[in-house]
Unconditional design. Structure first.
Ligand code: AMP
Length: 372
């Protein structure tokens, strides 16, 4: 099967690694000639807006997908007119606009933080008074990893917050005093078959994911599954989806969904029978989905900025290192490490390994709290 992918970063790379095992072929379109997926297929270097490049990808591929949601709707619509694109342009359009996304959640009885659409500093003032709580101003589109966001705690913060997000259409959202952040990843095929992974508990710092832990038999699993099922069915969704949720007491509130494979599911490569990357390919190729069974404890630590030296990593021999082949840069995701608890390890020993890795990558607070 020939898969075309818009984007050629680590998500495209991991899809290609999964697919090449069964002789799938890959072509990537990216504006970055140094894309880390290049060794895994054919790289078309061009602007995402370049219609000739879009056509080249569409004419070669049996099916096209994408690794990030900020790809333009026109580009996807042009490709979709020539070859199937999954997830569809309509799912992409909803996910790339926080207002449409939260409106969809609420229409499907999927709860969210209270929010208001705002398009001027004056509207922010009115919305802030109405919500009457600390809030986060978020651009409706093009924000990721905490970018395009500003916290507003008092009326005095509004002018600076509005300027910092560039004065573009936004939503003002009440801050949620969450107990934990979780995500549920699922895959749906064109026939409507759905496979769910165990939910992940996720820890962020500065808006960037640092740690994901797979939770087997979590009491919120069924609720999370029913939320993501409603969304997928409403969108007639095909492919892998990730729904990020806040847990407050016994309630789950949806934050956002990603119409693609997701960082909080990287642990599935070693931790589940079928990885999220393989299941995404199976879903968009209209094949039976693979088992999502997880039989032991699994965690993933992100490597942000740089990869620890080999000598330091030797302290955790069970570490499965995924180095994406990207150059070091502050706040850039350059790799991740998955840890799978083996039969000889106690839960405490496994947690000690995760904690050692967290401390190694500069997450001292998380390392300490994880052991408790
Ligand atoms: P987002 O870009 O919406 O995924 O937000 C990035 C991170 O900011 C989330 O993972 C949360 O840790 C935090 N965050 C976003 N929205 C809220 C909210 N309404 N209340 C509390 N924390 C939030």
């Amino acid at each position: 099967m020939k898969f075309g992918i818009l984007g050629a970063g680590q998500l495209a790379q991991m899809m290609a690694i999964a697919g090449r095992e069964i002789n799938d072929e890959f072509s990537f379109l990216s504006d970055d000639p140094n894309s880390c997926s290049a060794p895994y297929g054919d790289l078309i270097v061009a602007s995402y807006e370049d219609v000739n490049a879009q056509n080249k990808l569409a004419q070669w591929a049996d099916v096209v997908t994408y690794e990030f949601e900020n790809v333009s709707g026109e580009a996807v619509a042009n490709i979709e007119a020539q070859v199937p694109v999954h997830p569809s342009s309509s799912a992409l359009a909803v996910s790339s606009d926080r207002l449409l996304e939260k409106t969809l959640f609420n229409s499907q009885q999927v709860g969210t933080a209270d929010f208001c659409a705002v398009s001027s500093a004056e509207e922010v003032v009115n919305a802030f008074k109405e919500l009457a709580r600390p809030c986060i101003l978020k651009t409706r589109s093009e924000g990721y990893d905490g970018k395009g966001q500003a916290v507003i705690r008092s009326l005095d913060d509004i002018a600076a917050a509005w300027e910092s997000v560039g004065g573009v259409p936004c939503i003002l959202e009440a801050m949620v005093p969450f107990d934990r952040e979780i995500s549920v990843i699922a895959a749906r095929s064109p026939s409507g078959e759905i496979a769910y992974y165990p939910i992940s508990e996720n820890s962020h710092r500065e808006g960037i994911l640092r740690l994901s832990v797979a939770l087997q038999n979590d009491p919120m699993q069924a609720t999370a599954e029913s939320m993501v099922k409603r969304l997928m069915e409403e969108l007639n969704y095909v492919g892998v989806i990730a729904l990020e949720l806040f847990q407050v007491g016994n309630e789950l509130l949806a934050n956002e969904f990603a119409p693609r494979v997701h960082n909080t599911g990287h642990w599935t490569i070693e931790g589940a029978v079928t990885s999220q990357f393989k299941n995404h390919l199976l879903a968009i190729a209209d094949e039976r989905l693979g088992s999502t069974t997880v039989s032991t404890d699994v965690a993933m630590v992100n490597l942000i900025g740089s990869i620890p030296e080999q000598e330091r990593l030797a302290a955790v021999p069970a570490a499965n290192l995924h180095a994406y082949g990207k150059s070091d840069r502050a706040n850039r995701k350059v790799g991740h490490i998955t840890l799978v608890r083996n039969n000889e390890q106690s839960l405490y020993e496994f947690k000690q390994d995760v904690s050692t890795l967290l401390a190694m990558v500069g997450e001292a607070d998380l390392a300490a709290s994880f052991l408790k």
